[in-house]
Ligand binder design. Sequence first.
Ligand SMILES: [Zn+2]
Length: 159
Amino acid sequence: MLKESKPNFFWSMLTMKCPRCRRGHMFLNNNPWNLKKTLKMHEKCPECSQPFELEVGFWYGTGYVSYALTVIMSAASFVGWWVLIGLSTEDNRLFWWLGINSVVLIVLQPWIMRLSRVIYLYFFVGYDADYKNSSVKKFDYQTEDYYKEGKQPDTHFPP
Ligand SMILES: [Zn+2]
């Protein structure tokens, strides 16, 4: 059998796959706008058994990620608006941008919440090509691992 290639980092993030194997889905339901299920996740990766909620309250930090995403997206839409539509102090174009940007951000909110969790988990869990034979990443402040590789998404750490 051919050796499976390594799935792309950003594509895996956008499609919300497990950071460790980049194959298993993180969320139970594919549609983030199904609001009852927006944040329903697999407890463990269906493919490699990596636990997702690494400790109680793990997801609290995602607030910062979603804030950063919101700022980045607003900046991008502001620049896009400026280039394509323009801004002037003599009409309401700035307020149109404000209104439309807010509406878009509200509509995208469920997707942003999910993506924040994905990005956040990618900070802590790196890709492991040998995920079938190695042990899952545990989030434990007592282990040395956490300090060594905790924030390097692409490091392969032999078991
Ligand atoms: Zn996995």
